[in-house]
Write a protein that binds this ligand. Structure first.
Ligand code: SAM
Ligand code: SF4
Ligand code: SF4
Length: 367
């Protein structure tokens, strides 16, 4: 391997890679970016493919039969993912989320989960390993995911109204089968599941109260997400966004809510609990109340590019470093350098013009 290693100075020949000075940070240790934000979470997109065509994420007009998904040869292997994940954990990452595309479509994802669940933080603790899914394959896979070491699950469900949900996923997938998936997750011992509902005005916002009512008292936590201008294909308009404030107000009309503290610094969802003690909900206000100042998330794309923001225009090609035979120390130094230079705060400075710019699609970078 060592004969293939290129000198550190030559990193700069690789497109989108920073030059790595010899005095770059050590290969492990906590990192902070230019705004003092830690590298606490890593989201890994394990496939850019999906069996749904949610109109706000992978609209059929763009993701049609002729759409070129990444060939298998371009996709990170489980060994490559685990190698990179280990370096992130050495740098202080404590939470890893597998996402996509639809992560359960990745063949034998359980093997990757087993590999990642063996990782330990510098303090010797297991990492918080979680996965976001559309639940279509959960009835089949919930038990094997649990057995492989997955800690928690988030399920996406945008409406309990069957006609609305079928139209939103645009592949005629029924609500009942998502509910079966949630039941399978419970049965496998996943305990409370987080349920993501992306709210789009005029499309599914009249189902906010139904969704809250249905899961109130169940132990599961519904999180209402503002429709975001991710990618360039979902036709985002500000007037389609239902502010979280309005969501909380609408639910409070039938079940009073009070705010509660975050579970940890940098938690994306703002937490509210029912005053009658029957559980909690979350709201994710990435558009109306940007939370960039506490954003501790890095994203690894399907083909191994590191993105420091969901709205980034370019990633840093970590796979190229592995393919060129660089050592763990070199790659860890690259990660440190990228994070320490990070200055992203897209949602804080979003304008109508930036919302129209070409950006990376959610299914590629991972939600
Ligand atoms: N396929 C899986 C799923 O749907 O759960 C995982 C990937 S999906 C991209 C991750 C999350 O991103 C989902 O909860 C989805 O609803 C959310 N999402 C996708 N596009 C979005 C958008 N434009 N605005 C807000 N959330 C979005
Ligand atoms: Fe697929 Fe998830 Fe995107 Fe829907 S939100 S199209 S299920 S990746
Ligand atoms: Fe983080 Fe970028 Fe989202 Fe801001 S816009 S919260 S920096 S991912």
């Amino acid at each position: 391997m060592s004969s293939r290693v290129i000198p550190i100075a030559d990193y700069r020949q690789l497109e989108s890679l920073p030059a790595i000075p010899m005095d770059a940070s050590p290969p492990s240790g906590l990192l902070a970016d230019t705004r003092g934000r830690r590298l606490h979470d890593l989201r890994i997109s394990v496939t850019d493919r999906c069996n749904f065509r949610c109109t706000y994420c992978m609209p059929k007009t763009v993701f049609d039969k002729s759409y070129q998904f990444l060939p298998h040869s371009e996709v990170l292997s489980f060994e490559e993912i685990t190698r990179l994940a280990r370096l992130f954990v050495a740098h202080g990452t404590e939470k890893i989320r597998l996402t996509g595309g639809e992560p359960l479509l990745r063949k034998n994802i359980e093997a990757l989960i087993e590999m990642l669940s063996d990782l330990r933080t510098p303090a010797g603790d297991a990492i918080d390993l979680t996965l976001t899914t559309n639940a279509s394959l959960l009835p089949k896979k919930a038990h094997s995911l649990k057995a492989a070491g997955l800690k928690r699950l988030t399920v996406s469900l945008d409406s309990l109204d069957d006609a609305v949900f079928r139209a939103m996923n645009d592949v005629d997938f029924p609500v009942a089968r998502v509910l079966d998936g949630i039941a399978a997750a419970e049965d496998a011992g996943f305990g409370p599941v987080k349920i993501n509902m992306v709210v789009k005005r005029g499309l599914n916002d009249d189902g906010i109260a139904d969704m809250a009512r249905h899961f109130k008292g169940s132990g599961h936590i519904v999180r209402f997400i503002e429709f975001m201008d991710v990618g360039s294909s979902n036709g985002w308009r500000m007037r389609d966004v239902v502010p979280s404030e309005e969501v909380v107000e609408r639910i409070s009309r039938f079940a009073p809510l009070e705010p509660i503290d975050p579970n940890y610094n940098g938690e994306v969802a703002e937490r509210w609990r029912y005053t009658d003690g029957s559980g909690e909900i979350g709201v994710i206000s990435s558009v109306t109340q940007a939370f960039c100042s506490t954003c501790t998330r890095a994203r690894l794309s399907v083909e191994g590019k590191l993105y420091t923001c969901l709205f980034a225009h370019a990633g840093h090609d970590l796979r190229a470093l592995m393919q060129l035979g660089h050592t763990d120390e070199d790659i860890a130094a690259a990660i440190a350098l990228i994070w320490e230079r990070r200055d992203d705060r897209y949602s804080e400075v979003r304008t109508a013009a930036t919302a129209r710019e070409k950006k990376i699609e959610m299914s590629y970078i991972g939600g």
